[in-house]
Write a protein that binds this ligand. Structure first.
Ligand code: SF4
Length: 336
C-alpha cells in the first residue's frame, strides 16, 4: 500500500465525506507532512533536479475533487476512461504517464466519486442497448491507494448492478484482499500487468515481483472475477523468446485451466518520452535507438518508434503459438 510522505488537501474537501475522513486519518501521522491547496493548484512539492521532482511527486498524495467530468475515449481496451484516481506510486522507467502527469507526478484521490459514477451512468444511457466498457486504470494504478480511496470497491459495486456496462482495470500491485468479497456480478475484469523477472527488476521500480503479482491474480480468479494478463511492454532484446517463453510457462503452471485473456503490447516510445526518461533516469538502459525502429504516426498527431514489421510479426507469431499451446482457455484480445 502507498505510504505518502506528504498529503495535500484541497481546502474545501476536508469538511465532508472522504476528504474529511482522510484528513483525520493523516493529520496525526508524524511521518506525513500535511499541506493545503486553496485554489486547487498543487504547489509546494519540493525538488530541484528532474529526478528529485519526479521522486517527490511520486511520494505525494493529493486529495481533491475531479473538476472535469468529460471522459476520454480509451482504445483498444474500453470505450471510456473512468477517472477514479490519477497517478501511480510506481516508478517504471518506460511508463507512458511520465509524459502525462507533469514534472512532479503526484497521485490524486477524487473525493467526488459518486459524481464520477453518475457521469458514467449518463454515458451508459447514451449507448444503450450497446454495452459500454469503462477502464479504471488509464491514467493510474488504482490498487495501491484503494485502502484510502475505496474507489475500486465503489465502481465494482456500481457496475455490478448495471446490465449495459462493464468495468475493467489493470494493476501491477497486490493489495487486492479488500476486493475479494465484493459482489461483482461478473461485470468487472481485473488484469495484471506482468513481465519477465529481469525486466521487472531493471525497469519497474517500486512494484511487486512477478511471483507476488501471480499470487494476487490467483486470488482474484478464485473470487470469480474475469482475469486477464497484460504482457507489456514486450522488449525484443537478446534471448527474448526464451525469456517470454519461461514467463508463459510460469503463468500456465498456475492458470492453465482457467479462462484467461491476454493483451500483448510491444515496446514503443515517442521522442518526447525519450527526453523525459533520460532526464529522470539518466542511467536508463531502456532500448530507445530511433535508428533501429520504425517510425509510425500516432492517432494524436505525434509519432512513435515501434519495432520493425518483421520483428513485430515474429513477436506476434510467438505469442499466438505459445498462448495456444499452454492455455487451453486462453484468448488474445490484441497484440500491438
Ligand atoms: Fe506506470 Fe503502471 Fe508502472 Fe505505475 S505501475 S509507473 S502506471 S507502468
Amino acid at each position: 500500500m502507498f505510504e505518502p510522505k506528504r498529503v495535500i488537501f484541497e481546502k474545501k474537501v476536508i469538511e465532508y465525506g472522504l476528504g474529511k475522513e482522510l484528513f483525520h486519518k493523516f493529520k496525526n501521522n508524524k511521518n506525513v507532512e500535511i499541506m493545503f491547496s486553496k485554489s486547487g493548484r498543487i504547489t509546494g512539492i519540493p525538488g530541484s533536479t528532474p529526478s528529485e521532482k519526479y521522486g517527490e511527486g511520486k511520494n505525494t498524495l493529493v486529495v481533491g475533487e475531479r473538476k472535469t467530468l468529460e471522459f476520454q475515449s480509451c482504445k483498444p481496451s474500453a470505450h471510456y476512461q473512468l477517472p477514479l484516481v490519477s497517478g501511480c506510486m510506481g516508478m517504471c522507467e518506460y511508463c507512458y504517464l511520465n509524459t502525462q502527469m507533469g514534472k512532479k507526478p503526484y497521485i490524486k484521490i477524487h473525493t467526488n466519486l459518486q459524481e464520477i459514477l453518475n457521469k458514467a451512468g449518463e454515458y451508459i444511457e447514451k449507448r444503450k442497448p450497446e454495452i459500454t466498457i469503462f477502464e479504471g486504470a488509464a491514467t493510474s494504478d488504482p490498487v495501491p491507494i484503494e485502502g484510502y480511496s475505496g474507489a475500486l470497491e465503489a465502481a465494482i459495486k456500481y457496475f455490478s448492478k448495471n446490465e449495459y456496462s462493464k468495468f475493467r482495470f489493470v494493476t501491477k500491485y497486490t493489495d487486492v484482499d479488500n476486493l475479494l468479497n465484493i459482489e461483482h456480478n461478473g461485470k468487472t475484469m481485473i488484469r495484471f500487468s506482468i513481465n519477465t523477472d529481469e525486466i521487472i527488476k531493471v525497469y519497474e521500480h517500486r512494484t511487486p515481483c512477478l511471483q507476488k503479482r501471480l499470487e494476487a491474480a490467483y486470488k482474484i480468479s478464485e473470487s470469480g472475477y474475469e482475469l486477464g494478463f497484460i504482457i507489456a511492454p514486450v522488449f525484443l532484446c537478446n534471448k527474448w523468446e526464451n525469456q517470454y517463453l519461461q514467463l508463459l510457462i510460469k503463468v500456465a503452471d498456475i492458470f492453465k485451466d482457467k479462462k484467461i485473456r491476454f493483451e500483448i503490447i510491444s515496446h514503443r516510445f515517442t521522442k518526447r518520452a525519450k527526453e523525459n526518461i533520460i532526464n529522470i533516469f539518466p542511467k536508463t538502459m531502456l532500448p530507445m535507438e530511433e535508428e533501429i525502429r520504425k517510425f509510425k504516426y500516432g492517432q494524436f498527431g505525434y509519432g512513435k518508434y515501434v519495432y520493425r514489421k518483421d520483428e513485430f510479426k515474429r513477436m506476434e507469431e510467438f505469442f499466438k503459438e505459445n498462448i495456444e499451446r499452454y492455455f487451453k482457455n486462453g484468448n488474445i484480445d490484441y497484440i500491438i
